[in-house]
Ligand binder design. Structure first.
Ligand code: FAD
Length: 279
């Protein structure tokens, strides 16, 4: 059963590394634009991607008439390099950022002008005022490097108070973690919208690999069911669609303000979810 009110959606992509990948992503985007996304975002620096790749994809999305958010990570950056990139993004007509610390390369110690994403948000606000709508990352299941859940929440609150307009969560399959996080924000007077990040389930091994790295918990019953499907990708996709659509329905019923889909540069699984949800 789907509810009457469609939720706003947004779609996340990563910058392709090959000309074939660039061409394929154009087709994927066109298929997803039919769902009238609020914006599409492009990751930055993850998996060895370059600034050029991110900015290039962002420019294409804007040229296609869709609002685009550039992810912006600050690991190892200087004030000057961030200032220059912000100026370039403004000149391109970008009005949305997802401001992040970024993942630490192994062996990376302290360095760069920005230690945490909250430092970056404060800097962007100080430099550019309200020129950008700034989203930050939120971790309902706690960031894997956090000292404690309380310290992680305090770090999130610092990003909100530094001037974030909204937050997008790491993906999760446990709706209660999201609701608890959202309720804690309200209790602490943080009134920015917290948008759940939704990862479609299409492959067992890929999901396990990502989730171990980013600290997203795969509930035991999902893990065991996925393992039992073995190589039966059709069964995995059908099960994944049921599970993730059910999660989205719970989030919608519980008042999630929008849904942000981690598309992995594929349209089929996200479109199937949107169909199931009437989005
Ligand atoms: P922060 O908010 O700075 O937090 C990082 C860690 O430091 C946390 O453990 C936090 O608890 C701790 N911390 C923060 N402030 C303090 C403080 N003052 N004192 C002590 N501890 C503190 N990565 C990419 O490389 N490119 C991307 O495009 C990208 N996009 C993402 C989009 C979303 C929606 C999400 C959820 C994640 C994304 N990531 C991306 C991953 C992200 O960069 C990593 O999770 C990274 O490890 C943390 O980034 P952050 O901005 O959340 O960092």
């Amino acid at each position: 059963m789907t509810s009457a009110n469609p939720l706003p959606v947004s779609f996340e992509f990563f910058p392709p590394k090959t000309p074939e990948g660039v061409a394929k992503l154009r087709t994927v985007r066109q298929a997803l634009y039919a769902r009238r996304p609020q914006f599409c975002s492009v990751t930055y620096g993850a998996g060895g991607s370059t600034q050029q790749g991110t900015f290039g994809a962002v420019a294409e999305i804007l040229a296609e008439g869709v609002d685009a958010a550039s992810h912006f990570s600050c690991i190892g950056a200087t004030r000057e390099s961030v200032r220059a990139q912000l100026a370039e993004l403004r000149a391109m007509g970008v009005r949305r950022l997802v401001a992040l610390r970024g993942d630490l390369p192994s062996g990376y110690g302290a360095g760069g002008a920005f230690q945490y994403a909250s430092d970056l948000v404060a800097f962007i606000r100080a430099e550019t005022g309200d020129a950008f709508h700034i989203e930050v990352a939120a971790y309902p299941e706690v960031h894997p490097q956090a000292r404690s859940p309380e310290a992680d929440f305090a770090a999130f609150a610092a990003k909100a108070r530094a001037g974030a307009d909204g937050a997008i969560t790491q993906y999760f399959y446990n709706a209660d973690a999201f609701f608890r996080f959202r309720d804690e924000c309200q209790r602490q007077g943080l009134d920015l919208p917290i948008v759940p990040g939704i990862m479609p389930i299409t492959s067992s091994t890929q999901l396990m690999r990502f989730s171990d790295a980013c600290g997203a918990e795969i509930p035991r019953w999902i893990r065991l069911r996925l393992q039992a499907f073995g190589d039966d990708t059709a069964a995995i996709k059908a099960f994944g669609l049921d599970v993730v659509a059910g999660l989205c329905e719970r989030l919608r019923a519980g008042g999630a303000p929008a849904l942000h889909f981690y598309t992995m540069n594929q349209s089929a699984a996200t479109l199937a979810l949107c169909d199931r949800l009437g989005l």
